[in-house]
Design a protein around this ligand. Structure first.
Ligand code: GLU
Length: 432
């Protein structure tokens, strides 16, 4: 077996006294902790700390008023040792290259945690989708797709929805790619509409995975999900569907929020009514029968299960001492900083890490891709059963790994995932 040449040892970064909220630095700190547990060779550490491939593109787009606006977009492939790069595409004004690199890195660990044959990738475009029309979004998406064409493909890199992108966005990408190739390539993106090779169960897969992982965590804490109070920060795809699925399990969703603020009702909020209200008003704020709270109130309120399901860095040194939940379930990517992790552990709050808790989405993306490549489609029940078994097995393996190292679940997941990727890298050896 070829061996990876040794590089000079890298100093383990000490966490700065003032918290560094750069997501890439955070992703690297998390990786370094796992690398220490695994006693990884310095050379392999260097390989896995940095993305394999980074592309920055200009996306000139004709706006509805006839003027041209040039957006900046990125596609990052962090690692492809275990299979094609896989990960979402984000539209947000605060997208940065470091954020996309961090998100791509987290995808590598996520696909390895649930043991599906992918690497990790991510894309982003700096834009404000809430202030763009559907036709502007379509033109921007198609031009972005054509700019990243050399990187994507069913065997190379497979985008999917993320913050403020959805099935329609995926349909435009699939069409742009297919028109360029001259044939319909279903497997180039996942999270597509059902009519063009999407999978049953994909839309709610991230939320369903979260709930299944929470059920498993409840068993270890001898806690009942039935009757448990749940607070959900973020009411997009993950937050809103998690609210529905938690309610179906007879948990009580007492607070929800979005970027404009939150609402609370101690007797429980009807998730379907909240979804309908948000569709009409653009926010959950003002929903009848609820009282208004802020996002900060929601994060620090007394509840059994807190689900951050929006963006990064919401549980930080600024508020972690005030967190009163018994369990934190990371529906979002990167909501908790490494400093906050330590405080949560000290306070005895169980944290279900993002690379496990929200891995249901990419798991059903994998099922979608398999169905596309085989042109043979499964029922919703089949998808959900397979998703559940992947999530329960992954939880068990993460839990066992954490116990083995007397560490918390994030470390358990990282040691499992980084170990799998490092094994794949080592056994393949270094090219040339
Ligand atoms: N954007 C989702 C995530 O962060 C889904 C990625 C995918 O399905 O490829 O996991």
């Amino acid at each position: 077996m070829a061996s990876i040449p040794k590089a000079a040892p890298q100093p383990i970064p000490r966490i700065a006294p003032r918290e560094d909220l750069n997501p890439l630095r955070i992703a690297q700190i998390q990786f370094d902790i796992a690398a220490e547990y695994l006693k990884l060779d310095p050379g392999i550490r260097q390989i896995l700390r940095t993305p394999k491939r980074v592309l920055e593109v200009s996306v000139p787009t004709k706006m509805d008023n006839g003027q041209i606006k040039v957006f900046t977009g990125y596609r990052v492939q962090h690692n492809v040792s275990r299979g094609p790069a896989k990960g979402g595409l984000r539209y947000h004004p605060n997208v940065t290259l470091d954020e996309v690199k961090a998100l791509a890195t987290w995808m590598t660990w996520k696909t390895a945690t649930v043991n599906i044959p992918y690497g990790g990738g991510k894309g982003g475009v700096i834009c404000d989708p809430k202030r763009m029309t559907k036709s502007e979004l379509e033109r921007m998406t198609r031009r972005y797709t054509s700019e990243i064409l050399p990187l994507i493909g069913p065997e190379q890199d497979i985008p999917a929805p993320d913050v403020y992108t959805d099935a329609q966005t995926m349909a435009w990408i699939m069409d742009t790619y297919s028109m360029t190739k001259g044939y319909s390539a279903l497997g180039v993106v996942t999270g597509k509409p059902l009519s063009i090779g999407g999978s049953e169960g994909r839309t709610e897969a991230t939320a369903r995975g979260c709930v299944v992982a929470t059920e498993e965590a409840c068993k270890t804490k001898k806690m009942s999900l039935r009757g448990a109070t749940v607070a959900i920060q973020g009411f997009g795809n993950v937050g809103s569907l998690a609210a529905r699925l938690f309610t179906e399990k007879k948990a009580r969703v007492v607070a929800i929020s979005d970027s404009r603020g939150g609402v609370f009702n101690s007797r429980g909020i009807d998730p379907l009514k909240a979804m309908r209200y948000k569709e009409r008003s653009g926010t959950v704020v003002g929903m009848p029968g609820t009282s208004r709270i802020s996002n900060d109130d929601l994060l620090t309120m007394k509840c059994d299960i807190l689900v951050p399901a929006a963006l990064e860095n919401v549980i930080t040194l600024n508020n972690v001492e005030q967190i009163k939940a018994k369990m934190v379930v990371e529906g979002a990517n990167g909501p908790t900083t490494p400093h906050a992790d330590e405080v949560l552990a000290r306070k005895g709050i169980l944290l279900l890490p993002d690379i496990l808790a929200n891995a249901g989405g990419v798991t059903v993306s994998y099922f979608e891709w398999v169905q596309d490549l085989q042109s043979f489609f499964w029922s919703e029940a089949e998808v959900n059963t397979k998703l559940e078994s992947v999530m329960r097995r992954a939880f068990q393996q993460v839990h066992d790994m954490a116990r083995k190292h007397r560490a918390h679940l994030r470390t358990g997941a990282y040691v499992l995932a980084v170990g799998r990727v490092a094994d794949a890298t080592l056994v393949r050896g270094l090219f040339p």
